[in-house]
Design a protein around this ligand. Structure first.
Ligand SMILES: [Zn+2]
Length: 54
């Protein structure tokens, strides 16, 4: 099965977005971004709910 490109955009008023075919990579990057930029812990479940097809 071919992996489709997925993307996620930070809901906060910042310009952060990640695009990848690797969902795990997206989750890791969003987790790090949320922590660094927003001092926020975000769960994998929440991140998955935010992922959209690119
Ligand atoms: Zn952000």
């Amino acid at each position: 099965m071919a992996e489709a490109m997925k993307k996620i955009e930070c809901p906060s008023p910042c310009n952060f977005s990640v695009k990848s075919h690797d969902e795990k990579e997206i989750i890791e990057m969003v987790k790090q971004h949320a922590k660094k930029s927003h001092n926020m812990e975000i769960s994998e479940k929440e991140i998955k709910a935010m992922i959209k097809p690119a």
